[in-house]
Design a protein around this ligand. Structure first.
Ligand code: HEC
Ligand code: HEC
Ligand code: HEC
Ligand code: HEC
Length: 192
């Protein structure tokens, strides 16, 4: 009887573990993985799920918040798509160090409704992760030096510039997110 009970407990725990595993898998598959390019705007995504860093893992990014809500530094307006998707605007609108243009009109949600519109390339399709040598990294000249823009440099530069300005304008935001603050990593990255 005791053995039977023990056996039953083992079977039940295996089933329970399987169930928990399934739930974990299901919620993981609900998180969008980002294709190289797409015309579909992501909603809530996890960036850097493949982070190579020992300490800092994935970053949650709410694309919907950043496009629909008043996420400019002063909190009074919605930003523009090209603030982040900098290559998706006409060449004559670019200011240095930006020179690369891949769209003749500035990207908006409406631009993508046109069946003929080209898809939006994810940042990673140009700003490759360290160690990926499949093509040359974008380079700019900064403080008279050549700066290679891998994924870490590119995303950090983009995210930090706006977050620093927003926290400067509204110091209470520092409880919610971070910019270049060296102690702010954990506000974006999951610690490994
Ligand atoms: C089609 C390739 C491409 C895509 C897609 C792309 N970039 Fe870039 N990025 C570049 C190139 C090339 C440069 C160097 C400047 C130039 O040529 O315009 C650059 C420069 C930058 C810079 C430096 C600008 C500065 O003022 O210091 C940042 C930051 C940046 N990209 C962030 C991003 C982010 C964030 C995304 C995605 C939302 C992205 N990039 C998507 C190619 C790309
Ligand atoms: C705060 C920065 C930011 C703003 C503003 C922004 N995006 Fe994005 N967008 C991103 C990031 C980051 C990704 C994820 C791609 C990646 O990491 O490579 C993305 C992905 C996308 C994708 C999918 C690309 C792919 O590779 O699957 C589309 C489409 C897109 N954005 C359209 C837009 C449009 C349209 C707007 C304006 C209404 C906009 N975005 C505003 C940062 C931004
Ligand atoms: C144009 C400005 C701007 C850019 C660029 C930007 N953010 Fe934000 N972000 C904000 C503002 C403003 C808030 C705080 C909004 C609030 O709580 O009122 C915020 C909040 C956040 C939060 C807290 C959760 C949330 O969605 O409110 C995270 C996480 C975040 N940003 C990640 C990122 C990442 C990652 C990038 C770069 C890919 C990025 N942001 C680029 C303006 C920006
Ligand atoms: C505003 C949010 C934000 C903050 C704050 C932030 N990061 Fe990041 N970090 C990102 C994003 C977004 C990426 C690139 C995502 C991608 O490539 O998909 C990234 C990439 C990285 C990478 C590259 C990982 C890899 O192998 O792809 C490292 C390392 C890193 N961050 C370290 C840090 C450290 C250390 C801090 C604190 C000093 C920090 N980050 C603060 C958003 C942030």
């Amino acid at each position: 009887m005791k053995r039977l009970l023990l056996g039953l407990i083992v079977v039940l725990s295996v089933l329970a573990l399987g169930f928990v595993g399934n739930v974990a898998r299901t919620s993981a598959s609900l998180v969008q993985q980002i294709p190289k390019e797409s015309k579909e705007q992501p909603k809530k995504v996890k960036l850097d799920t493949d982070s190579l860093d020992d300490k800092w893992g994935e970053v949650a990014f709410d694309h919907e918040n950043h496009t629909i809500k008043n996420y400019t530094p002063d909190g009074k307006t919605t930003g523009t798509c090209i603030e982040c998707h900098h290559t998706d605007q006409p060449k004559d609108k670019l200011t240095l160090p930006l020179v690369t243009s891949e769209r003749t009109v500035a990207l908006t949600a409406d631009v993508l409704k046109d069946a003929a519109a080209a898809p939006v390339k994810g940042c990673r399709s140009c700003h490759l992760q360290a160690g990926d040598d499949s093509k040359p990294l974008p380079v700019i000249t900064k403080d008279a030096k050549q700066l290679k823009l891998d994924n870490e440099v590119a995303y950090h530069t983009n995210c930090f510039a706006c977050h620093d300005a927003a926290i400067k304008a509204r110091p209470d935001l520092a409880t919610k997110t971070a910019g270049s603050d060296p102690k702010g990593c954990v506000k974006c990255h999951v610690a490994k």
